[in-house]
Write a protein that binds this ligand. Structure first.
Ligand SMILES: [Zn+2]
Length: 139
């Protein structure tokens, strides 16, 4: 779906909507199991650790580490052309035992300087009135 922002936006659903509501408030949130305390990612109905259906949405740290990344040099969607080259990374959020790994951009940093293990901090971009994206910059 296109919009004034011109780039395709994430598709929300009943499981992920609280995450996006958190981004709107400039907070990172994830489900945490009420029975074994494990964080769940991506958002889902039951715990991948103990299969419990009980959970609460919990505010996360805004810091994390780059687990892995790619550098995109070809834009399959024309709206991303001006951003080339850009970094898409898995970011392990601090305090989640590696269970919450967001896939996002590392920005405000030349792509040649992005490293596995690099400490990053969330930055929230209000891209439309309805959607805020969590991206990351060097901490
Ligand atoms: Zn559990």
């Amino acid at each position: 779906m296109m919009n004034a922002y011109a780039k395709p936006l994430p598709r929300t659903d009943v499981d992920s909507q609280p995450f996006w509501d958190g981004c709107k408030q400039h907070e990172l949130r994830a489900q945490q199991c009420n029975d074994c305390q494990r964080f769940r990612w991506p958002p889902q109905a039951f715990c991948p650790g103990c299969y419990s259906w009980n959970f609460a949405w919990t505010r996360l740290a805004e810091t994390g580490k780059v687990v892995t990344f790619v550098v995109v040099h070809y834009a399959a969607v024309a709206a991303f052309q001006p951003d080339l080259p850009y970094v898409v990374a898995h970011i392990a959020i601090d305090g989640t035992d590696g269970h919450v790994q967001l896939i996002s951009n590392v920005i405000d940093c030349p792509w040649e300087e992005v490293k596995v293990g690099m400490a990053v901090r969330a930055v929230f971009e209000d891209v439309t009135p309805e959607m805020t994206l969590a991206k990351f910059r060097p901490a």
